[in-house]
Design a protein around this ligand. Sequence first.
Ligand SMILES: [Zn+2]
Length: 258
Amino acid sequence: MTSLIARCVAGAAIILIVCVMPLYTIKEPVSVMVPRISVEGPVVRQEVEHTVMPGETLFRLSKMYDVKVDDIMLRNQLSTKTLTMGQKIVIPGAASLNDVIPLFPSKKWKYIIIHHSATEEDNALSLYALHQRRGWDSTGYDFLIDNGAKGTVAGHVDATPRWIAQKDGAHCKASGMNTKAIGVCLIGNFSLGEVPEVQLMALVRLVKYLKEYYDIPATNIMGHGQVPEANTECPGKLFPWQKFHEMLAAETASDLEY
Ligand SMILES: [Zn+2]
C-alpha cells in the first residue's frame, strides 16, 4: 500500500513537472568557444563593465570572459541568476573577450546567408529593438559580428536569442531561406566602405565552424543578394567575395577549438 501511495505521489510529481515545463524545449547546446584573437604571452586580466545583450546569460558571460559565475554574482551582489538585457554587469578579473558559439544538433540548417546591417553604428541591443519595432519576436538574424560601434569589440560574434531558440529566421524570405538558412549579419554598410579585416576574419571563422558542424557545402554559402529571387545588394557591393572564399578555403579546422 505504501509503495502504491509512493508511486501515485511520484506520478503526480512527474505530471506536475511536465505541466509547468514550457511548451517548447530548447536542446542543450554543445557550447564551444572560438578565441577571437590568439593572444601571445600571459593573459592580462582586468575588471570590465559589460552591457547584457539579448539572450546573454551568466553562463555565457562566464565563458566569454573566463570568469566563474559565482565571482560575477558576488562582485555585482546578484541574488538571482536572471539577467536583463541592457543591464550593466561588472566582470572582475576578465580575460580578453572570447566568442561563445552555442551549437545545437539539427538537420534544419542547409545554407548560410551573409548580410550587412547597412548601418554604420549598431549593436545586438539596438538591432533587437529595431526588429521588435518591425513586429518580429526577436533579432531577425542568428549571429551578429560587431564592428566596434556602440561599445562593442570589433570582430566579436553575438549569438542572438533566435539562434538560441533555434527558430526560423527573419532575414531572407526569398527562396524560403528563413526556414533553412543561418543568417549572419555584419554590422556596417559595405556599399559605402570596405569590410574591416577583423570582421572578415571573424566571419570566416564563424562560417567555417558552422559549415563543418552542419555539413553545409561551400556552394550554399552566399550573400543575401545572391539568393535567387532576392532583390537586394546586401551585404553591399564592396563585400570582398573572392577574398572571403579564399580565406574560407584556407582556414583549417585545427584553427578552431572544439
Ligand atoms: Zn540582407
